[in-house]
Design a binder for this molecule. Structure first.
Ligand code: NDP
Ligand code: MG
Length: 429
């Protein structure tokens, strides 16, 4: 029996996680569930799952949840209701918890996800923004505290599945000198378990295990074939109508601008300790191949499956074992064809902005992420045009330089500065 905390339980990933857990009730126990403000949704989940703790990030929402649960159960609720970042970090690091699903959207996920890594948990990472904001610090925490990091993002989960079975995500090597992206990295890193040959090799980078490239696939989102003129007038509901995946609104807009792929390139850089030039993006509109790994002998390994997040969730929950996920079987005859296209960087400038931020290093990716979150929020509230999203991010980046990202305080400071600046850039639009 494994004990699990689900951060972001009311979201798309949270609900998919609970769906998989429902199929394996005897193997996992839900210890804590968290949400932001959706009281009714978390209440329903508490009544269904009877966790020991429920956390609402918003304190008013936490009070409401407490009252509702008390009324419903007509006695002191068996579930303890907590609130705020303190409550989130508390349930992410409980001694009795084995697994933490990190599925809060955006920068709000950073502190609880980091707390889970510092408590040495198995961290199932969906919250890519945490890694984009604080890659070096986060990976250092994973290594120093012996956490087990498993990717939920379908592309990174696919890459992980295409790497040698003994490969573990915990040993980011210093990148080679002369590579501009090595700015934020510190000196030689010690290998945690010198007995593992693969770990030793991984510590030298993916090239040491014969990997020449990571190929991240991208569906291209709902606007893959739109012209720049057509992109000008798109609405939030059009942007959130992803052709292949049902996701939260923020990541849906990120997919439409292709910033999601940019964040994923940065995520891959940290997870697999590989240089930006070895991470390529290829458009694959059917979302059947979730990503690929190319080896120096010319072999390209791919992971395929129907686009359903329950596959990577089940994989990471049970790894290195396999459990059923409820995902429909892949029928290649029905699919009939798999297409590939090059990315058009001119129509989707966010991807280039992400590559450039990654090369600049330090808190530049923190600034990129913060400006993107603010711009996406403004677009969703119909205060900003879709095509202005990359402009806001670019202008914010041009007015605020990144710093070394060695300390959490620096990262949080630059995150806050970038948010403020992005808001003022939006008011100039
Ligand atoms: P959703 O918007 O569906 O859910 C977000 C969850 O985070 C909700 O539980 C929400 O609570 C909670 N939350 C939102 N803001 C805060 C906050 N300030 N403090 C604490 N909790 C908060 O997002 P998704 O499930 O789609 O995505 C979650 C993460 O997973 C993102 O980082 C995304 O990039 C990543 N991901 C998602 C994929 C997908 O298929 N959906 C695929 C790959 C990665 P409430 O309901 O109360 O608002
Ligand atoms: Mg993805």
């Amino acid at each position: 029996m494994k004990n699990i905390t689900i951060l972001g339980a009311t979201g798309t990933i949270g609900i998919n996680t609970l769906n998989v857990l429902k199929q394996h009730r005897h193997e996992f126990e839900v210890i804590a569930l968290t949400a932001h403000r959706q009281v009714e949704r978390l209440e329903a989940l508490c009544l269904e799952w009877s966790p020991r703790y429920a956390v609402m990030a918003d304190s008013n929402a936490a009070e409401q949840l407490q009252q509702r649960l008390t009324k419903k159960t007509k006695k002191n609720p068996p579930v303890q209701v907590l609130s705020g970042t303190e409550g989130l970090t508390f349930v992410a690091s409980l001694p009795e918890v084995d697994i933490v699903m990190a599925a809060i959207v955006g920068s709000a996920g950073l502190l609880p996800t980091l707390a889970a890594a510092q408590a040495g948990k198995r961290v199932l990472l969906a919250n890519k923004e945490a890694l984009v904001m604080s890659g070096q610090l986060f990976m250092d925490a994973v290594r120093q505290h012996g956490a087990e990091l498993l990717p939920i993002d379908s592309e990174h989960n696919a890459v992980f599945q295409c790497l040698p079975p003994a490969f573990k995500i915990s040993h980011p090597p210093p990148l080679k000198t002369g590579d501009s992206s090595s700015n934020p990295l510190k000196g030689e890193e010690k290998i945690q378990n010198p007995n593992s040959k693969i770990q030793n090799m991984a510590a030298g980078g993916l090239d040491e295990i014969g990997v020449s490239r990571i190929l991240l696939t991208a569906s291209g989102g709902p606007f893959r074939t739109h012209s720049i003129e057509q992109l000008h007038d798109v609405t939030p509901s059009q942007a959130c109508a992803h052709p292949n995946w049902k996701m939260g609104r923020k990541i849906s807009v990120d997919s439409a601008t292709m910033m999601n792929k940019g964040l994923e390139v940065i995520e891959a850089h940290w997870l697999f300790a590989t240089q930006p030039k070895n991470i390529e993006v290829v458009l694959h509109p059917q979302s059947i191949i979730h990503s690929m790994v190319e080896y120096i002998d010319g072999s390209v390994l791919a992971q395929l499956g129907n686009p359903d997040m329950r596959t990577p969730i089940a994989h990471a929950l049970a790894w290195p074992k396999r459990i059923s996920s409820g995902v429909r079987r892949l029928n290649l005859v029905d699919i009939a064809r798999l297409d590939f296209e090059a990315v058009d960087f001119a129509r989707f400038p966010c991807l280039q902005l992400a590559y450039d931020a990654m090369s600049a290093g330090g808190t530049t990716t923190t600034i990129l992420n913060a400006a993107n979150e603010i711009a996406v929020q403004a677009f969703l509230q119909e205060r900003l045009r879709f095509t202005a999203i990359p402009k806001v991010i670019e202008t914010t980046l041009s007015r605020l330089s990144g710093r070394m990202a060695d300390f959490l305080e620096t990262i949080l400071e630059d995150d806050a500065r970038a948010r403020k600046l992005a808001l003022s850039v939006i008011s100039e639009q």
